[in-house]
Design a protein around this ligand. Structure first.
Ligand SMILES: Cc1cc2nc3c(=O)[nH]c(=O)nc-3n(C[C@H](O)[C@H](O)[C@H](O)COP(=O)(O)O)c2cc1C
Length: 410
């Protein structure tokens, strides 16, 4: 059986599946349930000191939408959109001292770990919260620099702002890292086009890892009522966003090579594997546990293990970053890819009943003939769109170099 354990931020986790900071980790009972269902670690819902953000959670609102923008009733499909607004834990930070101690002891008994997620509106607050959590015995902190809500709130909390500025990220991280002796993971926001630079600022300031990343802020409209769902802008995510997150995981892994926790868009074990192959060492699952229940967790863990076994990979470690290492990063590398052209198997092709490939060829390379689709390899740029849309598996992409060989051999 594949080894599911992984080193992350200097600690060993029994598996790379971490419960993200959200409602499934907002109480002793929920955290223990996550541990019972096999979580490699559990990140607490944000322990904060900003009253408005605590109030916000008491007024949480959720709209789970389908791919047509309608509220989903019943079974939630992979294509869900999670549109929601919630804040930090609604209790006072000090109320979490006993919760952290109790859940960390429980986690240790079960080979898991608690990661305390914190956020403050002041530098002193960040340090106080960090020390408080360290004193409770948790082995790691996650600092929530990404929360989309505080910026517009009356307390003037900086949460949405920190991870949009590399200098502020560096400064706050350095002060927290100096204050504690446990590893600090910095949770980044996707609301920036400078994420790699900001990740570097965090790592240079002493962070042990980065969490890439939290959710975007969106605006979803109920067209029947002609009004926004849940009253206005809110956090938005779902499996559709995975590819954007993985773009940053790949970029940060390729450029910095630091420890990354992938978060934002995981539905099942397939997504988890993609995140690891993109360069994340561990990944976090949040929304899907709220929609499928915490009992969904073992499906992700066991599915990953089965995939590794089926493919003959010895460990999670052995697939870490393997897709990212094959990524062509520069235009020169991309332009140097072997040129291809399409060849059509006339036995399988259903022309003239089907001519989708001709309609989808935007390079004047496919035409209707009397009996068959006519291909013109000279103008074919090898984009593979025809191959993608062919419902009959009638198209094969061939290297253009084969044409030269064919021409030479007559
Ligand atoms: C309802 C809800 C509450 C959340 N609460 C927090 C929070 O308290 N602190 C935090 O850092 N992230 C919070 N998040 C963000 C998640 O930790 C996670 O980064 C995000 O949902 C993306 O992962 P997912 O696609 O698995 O949901 C919350 C997300 C949701 C959906």
């Amino acid at each position: 059986m594949a080894d599911m354990s992984i080193e992350f931020s200097g600690i060993t986790l029994k598996n790379p599946v971490i419960v993200a900071s959200a409602e499934p980790s907002n109480s002793v009972e929920n955290i223990k349930q996550c541990i019972d269902y096999g979580a490699g670690a559990v990140i607490t819902k944000t322990i904060g000191d900003i009253p408005g953000m605590q109030m916000l959670t008491k007024n949480s609102k959720y709209a789970i939408l389908n791919d047509q923008g309608k509220i989903i009733k019943g079974k939630v499909p992979r294509s869900f959109v999670f549109y929601s607004r919630s804040g930090y834990i609604s209790e006072e930070a000090e109320d979490w001292i006993s919760i952290l101690k109790e859940t960390q002891a429980y986690a240790e008994e079960h080979g898991s770990a608690i990661i305390a997620n914190i956020a403050s509106g002041t530098m002193e607050g960040w340090i106080e919260l960090a020390k408080m959590c360290e004193d409770c015995g948790v082995p790691m902190l996650e600092v929530n620099y990404q929360c989309p809500h505080p910026a517009g709130m009356s307390e003037g909390a900086e949460g949405a702002w920190i991870a949009q500025d590399p200098n502020v990220t560096a400064e706050v991280t350095r002060r927290i890292v100096e204050a504690v002796n446990i590893p600090v993971m910095v949770k980044l926001t996707p609301e920036t086009n400078r994420m790699t630079e900001i990740a570097k600022a965090a790592m240079d300031a002493g962070a042990a890892s980065v969490a890439v990343n939290s959710r975007f802020v969106g605006f979803a409209v109920d067209i029947d009522k002609a009004e926004p769902y849940i009253g206005g802008p809110a956090g938005v995510g779902g499996p559709w966003v995975k590819y954007i997150t993985q773009r940053w995981v790949n970029d940060i892994y390729g450029k910095l090579g630091c420890d990354i926790s992938g978060s934002n868009g995981i539905f099942d074990w397939r997504d988890a594997i993609e995140f690891i192959m993109s360069g994340a060492r561990v990944m976090q699952v949040g929304s899907v546990l709220m929609l499928k229940g915490i009992e969904w967790l073992p499906k992700v863990i066991d599915g990953m293990e089965k995939f590794l076994d089926d493919k003959g990979y010895p460990s999670v470690e052995s697939i870490h970053g393997i897709a990212s290492k094959k990524a062509l990063m520069t235009p020169a590398e991309m332009f140097a890819m072997e040129p291809l052209y399409c060849e059509i198997d006339t036995e399988k092709c259903q022309f003239p009943k089907c001519s989708i490939c001709i309609r989808m060829c935007f390079y004047d390379s496919l035409f209707s003939g009397d009996q068959d689709v006519i291909t013109t390899p000279d103008t074919c740029i090898g984009c593979e769109l025809c191959n993608n849309v062919c419902p009959f598996d009638a198209i094969t992409m061939k290297p253009k170099s084969e044409l030269d060989v064919l021409a030479a051999t007559g």
